[in-house]
Design a protein around this ligand. Structure first.
Ligand code: ADP
Ligand code: MG
Length: 240
């Protein structure tokens, strides 16, 4: 589903991603972890063209992302992203947030878009909030709404960037439960998170990044029980 080969990226003189190569299979659930500033967000933002890469190749579902940013429309139609800060449109109700992209990008009728929206709002357990505005919801509800909105475009790939790290502790579980539920489907999931319990439960593979590099790739059991590199050992010692 995703092929990345020798990908590099700079912010000015600073090389944020160094020679990244990664293949992710259809339906795979990948968890990316690593210290703050290691390039995790930048890497997944490159996967849907929110950031440009400068060298190397990225191919999403058979479509190459060019370094000049052309060809992005197709990629964006098949990838959904959930952000740390929810990023719902504040001036639109939850339902309107959900039908916007299906109607304007995917040219779905309103009736159909609303039906789909309610199906996913029900799935994340917030149909009662459909006609409210984001600020009227708790953080956990907003994040579940953001996940429902993303599902409304029927993405092949879901990218999550620390979806629970802006939430109060009591709301983390309700969002993780939704993500665990999603992980049972055939959506390719790439999740940046430090929720190691979640990672152990759902990840097919762990990727550990440090200083712009992929340092280690392993199954969750291997990664948590017997990390190979000094850097991943040091990281895990801090997280637990
Ligand atoms: P992570 O998500 O692992 O915390 P990021 O991908 O957000 O890391 O950032 C990696 C590095 O790139 C950090 O040093 C960060 O300061 C830097 N960085 C991120 N975005 C930008 C930007 N738009 N311009 C310049 N530097 C950036
Ligand atoms: Mg980040």
């Amino acid at each position: 589903m995703i092929h990345i080969r020798n990908m590099n990226k700079w912010f000015g003189d600073f090389q944020v991603l160094k020679d990244i190569s990664l293949d992710i299979a259809e339906g795979e659930r990948l968890v990316i972890c690593g210290p703050s500033g290691s390039g995790k967000s930048t890497l997944i933002r490159c996967m849907n063209g929110l950031e440009r890469h400068h060298a190397g190749k990225i191919e999403i579902a058979g479509n190459p992302i060019s370094t000049d940013g052309k060809s992005l429309a197709k990629i964006r139609k098949s990838t959904g992203m959930v952000f740390q800060q929810f990023n719902l449109y504040p001036h639109l109700t939850i339902l309107e947030n959900c039908v916007l992209a299906p109607m304007w990008v995917h040219k779905t009728t309103r009736k159909q878009a609303e039906e789909t929206a309610f199906r996913y709002l029900e799935r994340v357990n917030i149909t009662a909030q459909a006609h409210k505005y984001p600020h009227q919801l708790s953080g956990g509800q907003q994040q579940r709404a953001a996940i429902a909105r993303t599902l409304c475009i029927s993405p092949k790939i879901m990218l999550f960037d620390e979806p629970t790290s802006a939430l109060d502790p009591e709301m983390i579980k309700e969002v993780l439960d939704v993500m665990v539920d999603l992980a049972r489907e055939n959506i390719t999931m790439i999740c940046v998170t430090h929720e190691m319990g979640f990672a152990r439960r759902v990840a097919d593979r762990m990727v550990f990044m440090d200083q712009g590099e992929i340092v280690e790739t392993a199954t969750p059991d291997a990664f948590f029980d017997a990390p190979q590199s000094e850097r991943s050992k040091a990281f895990l010692a801090k997280v637990f």
